[in-house]
Design a protein around this ligand. Structure first.
Ligand SMILES: C[S@@+](CC[C@H](N)C(=O)[O-])C[C@H]1O[C@@H](n2cnc3c(N)ncnc32)[C@H](O)[C@@H]1O
Length: 267
């Protein structure tokens, strides 16, 4: 990636600007996609029943609210005050969920105060994972576990190329030109599972498991299909892709990988 990484302030501005429309991701079949595929993996990995859970980069709190159905308490933290404002509104009536603005690399919580930590979609903004892993390890109890998703470096560019090709084909069909899209002009930072396994180990964690999702589906095409009333087709394609990914036995060939780690017993 040649691009300068986004600063915390730029991330905050980006998500403050998106906070209003971000809700559409959670609605209808598009929301179903996240709940059935990406969030499902977190719910499978983390046994949160009766536990205190921290959700980092919580956004509008979709996963935090899902976890709160069984957890004792869930705290969601995000850099974006607008995302947190919406999450707080969504949590009205859920007494065991709180949201607050904060930086996941500088948590205000006490040592060993959470049983589980989750994070969907935040690590694609993080190049140096160590300050984040250190904070997560500090706030987790000794038996604590941690699940987080990454943009999968192994597949990211393949999928991005397919996505651009599809968009160009659509633009041609509509007789319109498409501005040049630079593959490196994305603020996201993909990671390799193998690199994170060693980063986790350096930070005092063990990688327990990992699973991928979002197999070879160009996401813009996927979202565009939803907007054009093809949402059901989109869901069937997503399910078929997911099943294919599992069938061919690739745990790490999807566009998104969710890793599950626990504190290593000794350092
Ligand atoms: C792709 S969104 C995911 C939001 C939500 N987890 C979801 O699944 O819809 C990434 C979120 O991470 C947040 N974020 C990025 N860096 C962060 C940091 N250092 N501390 C806290 N939140 C951060 C962003 O503000 C944004 O809301």
């Amino acid at each position: 990636m040649n691009k300068t990484d986004l600063t915390s302030e730029e991330i905050r501005e980006r998500y403050n600007a998106q906070a209003e429309v971000y809700q559409t991701r959670y609605k209808g079949l598009k929301g179903d996609y996240y709940r059935r595929f990406e969030d499902r993996i977190f719910l499978d990995f983390l046994d949160v029943a009766g536990k205190r859970v921290l959700d980092l980069g919580t956004g509008r709190g979709r996963l935090a609210l899902a976890l709160a159905a069984t957890a004792r308490e869930v705290v969601g933290v995000d850099l974006s005050d607008e995302m947190i404002r919406h999450a707080t509104e969504a949590a009205v009536g859920s007494a065991n969920v709180q949201f607050e603005v904060g930086d996941a690399a500088k948590l205000r919580f006490e040592d060993q105060s959470f049983d589980c930590v989750s994070s969907v979609g935040m690590f694609p903004y993080v190049r140096n994972v160590q300050p984040f892993f250190a904070e997560i390890r500090r706030v987790l109890t000794d038996a604590g576990t941690f699940a987080f998703s990454i943009a999968n470096a192994g597949e990211w560019k393949v999928t991005a190329r397919a996505e651009i090709a599809a968009r160009e084909a659509f633009a041609r069909l509509r007789g319109r030109g498409l501005p040049h899209i630079d593959l490196d002009d994305t603020p996201l930072i993909p990671h390799h599972v193998r690199d994170l396994a060693s980063e986790l180990s350096d930070a005092g964690f063990e990688l327990v498991d990992y699973r991928s999702t979002f197999f070879y589906i160009p996401s813009r095409l996927f979202y565009a299909a939803g907007r054009r009333g093809l949402a059901r087709v989109q869901m069937i394609a997503a399910a078929a892709n997911d099943a294919l990914g599992k069938f061919v036995g690739t745990r790490q060939h999807g566009k998104v990988v969710v890793l599950h780690a626990r504190k290593a017993p000794t350092r």
